[in-house]
Write a protein that binds this ligand. Structure first.
Ligand code: GUN
Length: 293
């Protein structure tokens, strides 16, 4: 069994990005600038956004954090999105999700100029990804593909079972895994809450990508000997032994599943660090106008 060290790969990619940014700076080019809008004080969102700001520093990017209380109206938030769309210094920006219930996330996502949508959530980017055109690919699926690539994991013709059908992970990673590319070119089955014979499906899988958000869902009896396991789960569960009072728990029961695998991502330290680094890479592409003019 080989552990997939997402933290080490992410650190390496950040180094590569920082070197490229230093070269851009030395040549008198524009430093990539990422802005993030954070609404309210959700604990998870605060942590994620703080990590994104820190990653920007490590990559040599400029970053701007824009905070609002959770009583901001949808109209005010849409006006801020429009302001960022028109700010020539900002190459890309994100609106951290989830948003308060009185605001339509979809309306906000669609208001973002797709050329600055470094989250890859705008329907234009999602659509372009699904037909294999250059676009911003959303961060978690892009991070998973990069890990498979850097560990030289063979996906061609393999049976990949994706657990979960979210717009952020399940659907896009299924699309990328089936695309005629390397990594990719897999036979993909997507399972979700209404799927029958889920255990039997998993037992047939060469690769399982677990993105359900249900702690310890995948157990050893669901996994074929030699399978590759990618665990996208990051559920906060109470843990008195931690200073924060919680720990991040994956969707896979790691201790019993790991001995059966050829490769497995841990939680934390697997997919998580790669997600942020993919956002950094999209920001670099946006800064260089490498995808859209
Ligand atoms: N909330 C959870 N993951 C993400 C993400 O990748 N981007 C944004 N904007 N919000 C999130």
């Amino acid at each position: 069994m080989q552990l997939i060290d997402g933290k080490a790969v992410a650190d390496q990619i950040k180094k590569e990005i920082a070197e490229e940014v230093a070269a851009i700076k030395a040549a008198g080019g524009k430093i990539p600038h990422l802005a993030a809008i954070l609404v309210g004080h959700d604990g998870g969102s605060e942590t994620y956004v703080a990590h994104k700001v820190k990653a920007c520093e490590q990559c040599g990017f400029k970053s701007t954090l824009i905070r609002y209380e959770d009583d901001i109206t949808e109209e005010q938030l849409l006006a801020e999105v429009e302001r960022l769309n028109n700010d020539a210094d900002i190459d890309g920006f994100i609106v951290q999700l989830p948003l308060p219930r009185h605001i339509s996330e979809q309306r906000v996502i669609e208001a973002i100029d797709y050329r600055k949508d470094v989250d890859g959530f705008h329907p234009i980017n999602v659509g372009r990804m699904s037909i294999g055109l250059p676009c911003f690919v959303s961060a978690t699926p892009a991070g998973i593909m990069e890990l498979l690539k850097r560990y030289d994991i063979d996906t061609k013709g393999k049976h990949c079972v994706v657990l979960g059908r979210s717009n952020i992970v399940g659907k896009p990673v299924a699309t990328l895994m089936m695309q005629k590319a390397n990594p990719g070119n897999a036979t993909v089955t997507v399972c979700h809450s209404a799927s029958k014979n889920l255990k039997e499906m998993c037992l047939q899988a060469d690769i399982i990508i677990a993105a359900l958000g249900q702690p310890d869902f995948v157990t050893a009896d669901m996994v074929k000997e030699g399978a590759v396991i990618v665990d996208v789960g990051t559920t906060r569960v109470p843990d008195a032994s931690k200073k924060s009072g919680f720990r991040l728990n994956g969707d896979v029961k790691f201790d019993e599943v790991a001995p059966k695998c050829s490769f497995i991502t841990p939680v934390p330290g697997g997919v998580g660090p790669m997600t942020i680094v993919s956002l950094m890479r999209n920001t670099l592409l946006a800064g260089k106008k490498a995808i859209y003019q």
